[in-house]
Design a protein around this ligand. Structure first.
Ligand SMILES: C[S@@+](CC[C@H](N)C(=O)[O-])C[C@H]1O[C@@H](n2cnc3c(N)ncnc32)[C@H](O)[C@@H]1O
Length: 281
């Protein structure tokens, strides 16, 4: 589904999205995450006032605006879609947010305390190269917080069935974890959100189907059919365990200890270690 002009999609799907999420859980996200999961991941990454955040593939900044508003961080969002960024800029008015239109990699120049990648890891075939780039963009002790669809790569038949399969690159979790380790990113926090994302996918599919005539009237029959087909596949795959949705926070090494004298006043406090999630293999 080509969403280069994002506004018609955002408008067409707004009513169904509002209906699909539980009360207080819709914040403009274009994904299966609920608002409380977005904030839980942000908190696990140590996002707080004065923390600098780079949000990769921010879309219309549903999560970004929620995080910037609730947690008071300094926020930069980047997305390849100029129309999505135009909507994001309008949504973020009055907040300490800036946006760039860019296809990543490469990442924006500069160092950040936290890099976010929400609900878009599956679009990157070369995940380990991306981890290396992200590690290079993080300040010492910086955190990379993301969600990922974990599973064996799609078969030819699955690729045939999935609309826009060229943006669906599943990777087994052990391979992802090994890639993080090689990029010197140590996992600090991990959750399996497969069950809640299955419930959200089911709810969204039901709401899109219920509002089908109005949605098709704005984006066309074909785009609606592809949207529903993709949701049906995610529902099947999450229900059967073919795919699992994992949320992770991984951290770079802290700055090397100062060998003589007292630590400088500017030394960053280290991130309190969030409790590890249940083991996920
Ligand atoms: C599913 S949306 C998720 C948006 C947002 N993170 C959220 O959770 O609501 C995926 C976004 O990633 C963007 N995107 C995909 N590949 C990209 C790339 N290589 N560089 C920049 N943006 C990309 C798309 O334009 C789209 O806005």
């Amino acid at each position: 589904m080509n969403q280069d002009d994002r506004a018609p999609f955002v408008q067409a799907l707004q009513r169904a999205r509002e209906a699909a999420y539980a009360s207080g859980e819709f914040a403009g996200q274009e994904s299966f995450m609920g608002a409380s999961e977005i904030l839980a991941l942000a908190a696990a990454a140590g996002i707080a006032p004065r923390v600098s955040v780079l949000d990769l593939c921010c879309g219309i900044a549903g999560p970004g605006v929620l995080i910037a508003r609730e947690l008071g961080c300094t926020y930069a969002g980047v997305d390849a879609s100029a129309s999505a960024v135009a909507i994001a800029r309008a949504r973020a008015r009055g907040l300490r947010c800036r946006f760039e239109v860019a296809r990543i990699p490469p990442l924006l120049p500069g160092r950040f305390d936290v890099v976010l990648l929400l609900e878009t890891m599956l679009a990157f075939p070369a995940k380990e190269a991306l981890f290396q780039e992200i590690a290079g963009s993080l300040a010492p002790g910086g955190r990379f917080a993301f969600t990922v669809e974990a599973g064996q790569p799609l078969t030819d038949a699955e690729r045939e069935a999935m609309p826009d399969a060229d943006t669906v690159w599943l990777t087994p979790l052990p391979e992802l974890l090994a890639g993080l380790e090689r990029a010197r990113l140590a996992v600090r926090w991990q959750r399996d959100w497969s069950r809640s994302h299955l419930a959200t996918a089911e709810s969204l599919a039901g709401a899109f189907a219920a509002d089908a005539p109005a949605i098709a009237g704005q984006i066309g029959d074909r785009a609606l059919a592809e949207l529903l087909a993709a949701h049906r596949l995610w529902i099947d795959w999450l229900r059967s365990g073919r795919v699992r949705k994992i949320a992770l926070v991984a951290q770079t090494a802290s700055a090397p200890p100062v060998r003589t004298g007292r630590p400088p006043a500017s030394a960053r406090p280290s991130l309190p270690r969030a409790p590890a999630g249940p083991p996920v293999s």
